[in-house]
Design a protein around this ligand. Sequence first.
Ligand SMILES: CC(=O)SCCNC(=O)CCNC(=O)[C@H](O)C(C)(C)COP(=O)(O)OP(=O)(O)OC[C@H]1O[C@@H](n2cnc3c(N)ncnc32)[C@H](O)[C@@H]1OP(=O)(O)O
Ligand SMILES: O=CC(=O)O
Ligand SMILES: [Mg+2]
Length: 536
Amino acid sequence: MSSAPHVPGVEVRGEWRDGYEQVLTTESLELIARLHREFEPRRQERLRARQERLRDLAAGGTLGFLPETAHIRADDSWRVADPAPGLVDRRVEMTGPTDRKMTINALNSGARCWLADQEDANSPLWENVVNGPLNLMDSIDGTLQFTSPEGKEYRVRDDVQLPTIIVRPRGWHLPEKHITVDGEQTSGSLVDFALYLASCGRKQVDRGQGPYFYLPKMESHLEARLWNDVFVLAQEHLGIPRGTIRATCLIETYPAAFEMEEILFELREHSAGLNAGRWDYMFSVIKTFRTRGGDFTLPDRNSVTMTVPFMRAYTELLVRTCHKRGAHAIGGMSAFIPSKDPAKNEFAFNKITEDKTREANDGFDGSWVAHPGMVATAMDVFDKVLGDKPNQLDKKREDVRVAAEQLLDVRSTPGEVTEAGLRANVSVGIQYLESWLRGQGAAGINGLMEDAATAEISRSQVWQWLHNDVQLSNGETVTRELVERLTDEEMQAIEQARGEAFASGRWDDARALFLETAVADEYQDFLTLPAYERMP
Ligand SMILES: CC(=O)SCCNC(=O)CCNC(=O)[C@H](O)C(C)(C)COP(=O)(O)OP(=O)(O)OC[C@H]1O[C@@H](n2cnc3c(N)ncnc32)[C@H](O)[C@@H]1OP(=O)(O)O
Ligand SMILES: O=CC(=O)O
Ligand SMILES: [Mg+2]
């Protein structure tokens, strides 16, 4: 049995298993230590800045384009780096967790890129943190195999074009408690980043591509600057040419929507574009102005479509901003997944087609699908719009003009707050949390893909409706008693639906966590923070 290598100041506190030595190497742990020592104070500073901004907003402030960076927006001369190998044609990107089976299924999906997710679709169980990069390493080495408990054999095909791998590390807010440096918990972002970079970075360069990343949940261009500085130091540390790393930033927080251009600017030598992360964006809209009542209260989650005014303003601005700077604009995730029921399946595929058609016509260069069964449908849509072109960076969208007021226009969102919407939030929130606590960060619930971002919407809507005394369409006011009663009823329904399997689930924990984050007066910034404390 191997054990963790000795690196001064570094302690691996997570359970050690055979094979981990391939990823938890001296080199990767030294990189984590160097990044931690160099950047942890700045990470903490940026997290404090988030809190300060939230306090200002709660006190009546608002969001707007920053006066201090107006010169960056006004300067037409700068562009991001030219697209890197493997990132020129990104018309369809698969997303999903990095367990062995799903890694193989994603690689065989026919998509152009694969977002290998250590974030929204992953729950940071220690074994997921280590196995993710381990599986990616095996896939690059061509040794990845899997046999299911039923005996089904999985292999990466050699007759399809493999997607370009883009790894999404955790956001800046999440700690990693299983690796400490000088006695301190490390950053989940830096651990995910360093484990992949150290184990796969050079291999990706050798096969003509590079270590590519998706960067989630950033709230300001100064957080992007922090990532850029991390990239510069890590490339130098590992002896990889500067600019080899490429990163696509998710614009998925309300404050970041006002700093798209600055985020591209900060990362320009490493930038691979922006992505419209619609689910976290919706969560962030609720969270940012959660105490400000009617003007920022959204109706039922399923009424907030991509065509409501404030969402439309956000995606239009994203395409225009990217193409002005030579950067790819990547669309988001429609939550519909295939169903065994033919009518529901047809509905889901129609929804995907509609969503991807709107994005392709708007100028996005590609978009996400959550399930391999949907790759061909999305490909068909983008093929029709792109034709032989690898992207549509030439579609400048200079017709688009988006003012701050349009991004902030939540009030014009049509729809109601209904008891069914409240029940759905409670039920989905609890079911997702139960799955997350067991180490599964994405789940299909009621025909929809649910992950950390969609669960954040569910619990934050309940919090917002409750703490703003919102009236349901049936005239009833949302109170703590009502939410608790519906929670009891929904728990009974879940127990009935799950049958015998219910007994082995972590339902008490999931229910308690949901109520702690959806009902308690003190709003938790991220559901995953208290959830992580309940994780071994
Ligand atoms: C807000 C955001 O950040 S969106 C991006 C993050 N979220 C995600 O990436 C979610 C990705 N999607 C998923 O994880 C899955 O599709 C789920 C959990 C929603 C549904 O998965 P399942 O219940 O397994 O669906 P289903 O039974 O239809 O799957 C059929 C096959 O496709 C595979 N599959 C489904 N989704 C994926 C995926 N995203 N990646 C790889 N394989 C997949 C399944 O493993 C299964 O394989 P098998 O037939 O070999 O056993
Ligand atoms: O990460 C994507 C999102 O929609 O959230
Ligand atoms: Mg997200």
